[in-house]
Design a protein around this ligand. Structure first.
Ligand code: ATP
Length: 508
């Protein structure tokens, strides 16, 4: 599989296919939709579950050094005070006073436009794949409109967070194109607040978790006390997280309700954390490849030391080539003993562990691989989306859309077709096979329409295998036709061979 090239049309095609075929819908659509929230339809929920199950199997069940957890979404508000989220979990917000639109200051870029070295105005642009090009065009247009002669200087875009106070008035709003309406950036709190209990005063304020990680730290002591864990070990959790994102966008890439798959991997303070961090980066990359992402579409973004939080030793993000550009998919951070020490201080409970090997007691350090389910699903969809041309039933070459999902995570593993729906013997044999396979995998039975049309419908939802029952099956040797989604190649196999093959492809 190839890395998808960034393109707006690919995103549009994916969004269209997801709605048309029942993968993902805008939440509350009958009421006009609700920005930043998405619902997963029949195929979406299967795909989502398969991604989560693959992660859980590979990182929890197949590892001897990992424990699973499912903590609550609403936790004691003191947890968020201790973790620093109450005071510090925010994004810089800019208002456009005229249009009433809001922007994230770190996703809004500006540059002075210089002609022969003299500043003639400013351009601004919202973060996008071709932001440099958009800004250069706007600068050339400004020069033309102002009838300035001379050489246009290079456009050096900077984040709005880096603008000087005297520049706020001069930078145009992306909404109106005119300067004077943007405010200075202010911190906008991202945690959703709610009230718990019958009192509605401040003492009842609680938060929807903005990450699952703190539930792990809050339960670390329980797991150390009740389990038989030995350093190094990890605690893993999959669950919903909520962030009141200023600008949810790019489909499910950035939403306000999403799901995370997080691990806190506890290590000795004396461990060679750099090597362990590297091992986690490689393990995580290999896992993404194992569920069907192209290795060449994945890259590493190492956070520069001067941009790290004071407690953080290192962070590397695994980036993926999404349709809207290269963006963070998986954050892998070395967070030292900061979180556990904060909870030790705020709760008054010891967070130490006794290391059997070195006979020491210490608060462990932690490596945190944190992955979004929805972003993984978008990555998988973008890598799988393919258009090609294949001959139809009559031999005429037609365009087809297919999703090249790995059989491991494909929502429907195989489709079973009787060649003709008006031949009871074929229908009966096909239904019998369908019911047999249904006990093991999510499979689909389809008897309606020409066989080519039925194949095409399955190609579009990414079903890797088509199984056709024809007259040879019932009259001759019991073999069925097995069709490969990607190559369209067909071969005859016995039922035993079929089940063995499917098992290898799906679970192997
Ligand atoms: P970004 O910089 O893109 O906002 P982040 O650095 O704030 O992301 P983390 O706090 O490290 O993200 O969260 C860990 C993972 O959770 C991310 O790598 C991403 O996969 C996922 N994630 C975070 N925020 C969102 C969101 N709003 N919608 C969907 N997934 C998200």
């Amino acid at each position: 599989m190839k890395a998808p090239a960034p393109s707006d049309t690919l995103m549009e095609d994916i969004v269209g296919l997801c709605k048309r075929r029942g993968f993902i819908f805008q939440s509350s659509e009958i009421y006009g939709g609700y920005n930043g929230f998405y619902d997963y339809g029949p195929l979406g929920v299967e795909l989502r579950n398969n991604i989560k199950q693959a992660w859980w199997r590979d990182f929890v069940q197949c590892r001897d050094d990992m424990e699973g957890l499912d903590s609550t979404i609403i936790m004691h508000p003191k947890i968020w005070k201790a973790s620093g989220h109450v005071d510090g979990f925010s994004d810089p917000l800019v208002d456009c006073k005229e249009s009433k639109l809001r922007y994230r200051a770190d996703q809004l870029f500006f540059a002075p436009v210089r002609v022969d070295g003299e500043i003639i105005g400013y351009v601004s642009v919202i973060e996008c794949i071709d932001q440099q090009e958009v800004a250069e065009k706007a600068a050339a247009e400004m020069k033309r409109k102002m009838a300035k002669q001379g050489e246009l200087g290079t456009i050096e875009l900077k984040e709005y967070t880096e603008a000087k106070p005297e520049q706020y008035e001069l930078i145009p709003s992306p909404a109106t194109g005119k300067p004077g309406s943007l405010t200075e950036p202010r911190e906008f709190k991202l945690m959703f607040e709610t009230k718990v209990g019958p009192l509605a005063d401040d003492s009842a304020t609680a938060y929807l978790r903005p990450e699952t990680a703190q539930g792990i730290f809050a339960n670390y002591k329980n797991i150390v006390d009740t389990g038989r864990v030995k350093i190094p070990f990890g605690i893993a959790q999959i669950g919903k997280a909520f962030r009141n994102e200023i600008t949810p966008r790019n489909f499910i890439f950035r939403s306000r309700e999403f799901e995370q798959m997080e691990i806190e991997y506890f290590i000795s303070p004396h461990a060679d954390w750099k090597t362990l961090h590297r091992e986690w980066i490689d393990t995580c990359t290999d896992w993404l490849v194992s569920i069907g992402l192209p290795r060449e579409g994945i890259s590493e973004d190492i956070h520069p030391e001067d941009k790290l939080a004071f407690y953080s030793q290192a962070t590397t993000d695994l980036m993926f080539q999404f349709p809207h550009g290269e963006q963070e998919l998986w954050g892998i951070a070395c967070r030292s003993d900061y979180d556990l020490k904060q909870h030790q201080e705020h709760s008054g409970k010891s967070m130490t562990i006794f290391d059997e090997t070195t006979k020491e007691k210490y608060v462990p350090h932690v490596i945190e691989p944190s992955l979004g389910v929805d972003r993984t699903l978008l990555a998988v969809l973008s890598a799988a989306y393919t258009e090609d041309e294949v001959p139809n039933d009559k031999g005429k070459v037609e365009k087809r859309v297919l999703l090249k999902f790995s059989p491991k995570i494909a929502p429907v593993k195989a489709a079973i077709f009787p060649l003709l729906k008006n031949k009871p013997e074929l229908v009966e044999a096909a239904k019998k096979l369908y019911e047999k396979l249904q006990r093991r995998w999510n499979v689909f039975y389809d008897a309606s329409g020409a066989i080519g049309r039925r194949y095409r419908r399955q190609d579009e939802i990414g079903t890797p295998f088509g199984i056709t029952i024809d007259f040879d099956t019932i009259e001759k040797d019991g073999t069925v036709t097995l069709r490969d989604r990607d190559t369209c190649e067909q071969r005859r196999v016995t039922e035993d061979e079929l089940i063995k093959f499917l098992d290898e492809q799906i679970n192997g």
